[in-house]
Design a protein around this ligand. Structure first.
Ligand code: ZN
Length: 308
């Protein structure tokens, strides 16, 4: 008899969370399940939105979250993790309906308390989810980024994934945890071996990496067309993901629901430069302005700005 660890390990690799979900995580997953099993969202799901598309943004009203556990609070405190739980549940709903589309939750219609004038953004706003009225001035080409890298131990075959960070150095892969555990265990045994295989002999499995489409937009607020900031070449960077890539062009009026983030300066002189600039990591994008009237936009200013 032997314990077939290989197959159980591969089973666990398929799951989003390699270990059992914690109590908090189970609560979050249960709240999302209740939401997707509520009549309104069951009706939405039964219409098979995004069928035959590789990725689809599934819209959820902010106000609807209130009825399901603490989702609003959890999103405020830990947006990425709460969304990851929700996306996992939504993916199950799509799989149940035999759809291969990769759905992503897009929360829309944030409350007016979250509207924010872009030109007033400061470092203290970092990590807040806010809604901005924005006009696109420039759009970069679509690019991709390595979101999740997959690695394999060349000795024991263990595979694992690493969540990478956008526009940051790729995480260093140091060693295979199984092989290292085995070495440590052996060293404390009665008859330790004199030679061990190298636990750092690890390769990336390129074909199992996960890439995401991204695009950078340069945007201004309506106010910035009137207060001289736009004419002074000031603008904000917004990064959009997945189904939003390639959708917006110069002059588009948008409501951007985004996490306020910071990045190193583009033109820094030295690598450890501590200066940072604010940018917006878009979570969802809605057509049209939500908080300002069309009259508050001076379109002639936008026309006068250089397109590149
Ligand atoms: Zn190994």
């Amino acid at each position: 008899m032997f314990l077939n660890r290989r197959s159980s390990r591969e089973e666990s690799m398929k799951r989003r969370f390699p270990t059992e979900p914690s109590e908090d995580e189970q609560k979050t997953l249960a709240s999302w399940r209740l939401l997707f099993e509520s009549p309104k969202y069951v009706a939405d799901l039964n219409a098979s939105p995004g069928k035959d598309e590789p990725v689809f943004g599934f819209e959820i009203e902010w106000d609807d979250l209130e009825q399901f556990g603490e989702l609003q609070l959890e999103l405020t405190e830990s947006m990425e993790h709460t969304l990851a739980c929700g996306n996992q549940v939504l993916k199950e709903q799509y799989s149940d309906r035999v759809m291969s589309t990769r759905p992503v939750i897009r929360i829309v219609n944030l409350p007016s308390s979250r509207y924010y004038e872009m030109s007033e953004l400061r470092m203290r706003d970092r990590t807040r989810l806010l809604a901005f009225d924005a006009i696109v001035v420039r759009a970069s080409p679509a690019i991709g980024w390595l979101k999740v890298s997959t690695h394999r131990c060349n000795d024991c075959g263990l595979k694992w994934t690493i969540n990478e960070r956008l526009a940051r150095p790729r995480e260093k892969v140091k060693y295979c945890s199984d092989c290292l555990d085995a070495i440590v265990k052996d060293q404390s045994s009665k008859k330790p071996r004199s030679y061990y295989k190298d636990p750092t002999d690890v390769s990336m499995v390129a074909e199992e990496n996960f890439y995401e489409d991204v695009q950078y937009l340069e945007v201004i607020s309506p106010l910035m067309t009137k207060n001289g900031m736009a004419l002074n070449q000031e603008c904000f960077q917004v990064v959009v993901f997945d189904e939003y890539v390639g959708q917006f062009s110069r002059g588009a009026h948008l409501t951007i629901n985004a996490m306020v983030a910071v990045d190193p300066l583009v033109n820094r002189d030295f690598i450890r430069d501590t200066r940072r600039m604010i940018y917006l990591k878009a979570h969802s994008v809605e057509e049209g302005l939500s908080n300002t009237s069309e009259e508050s936009v001076d379109a002639s200013v936008i026309d006068s700005l250089p397109p590149n």
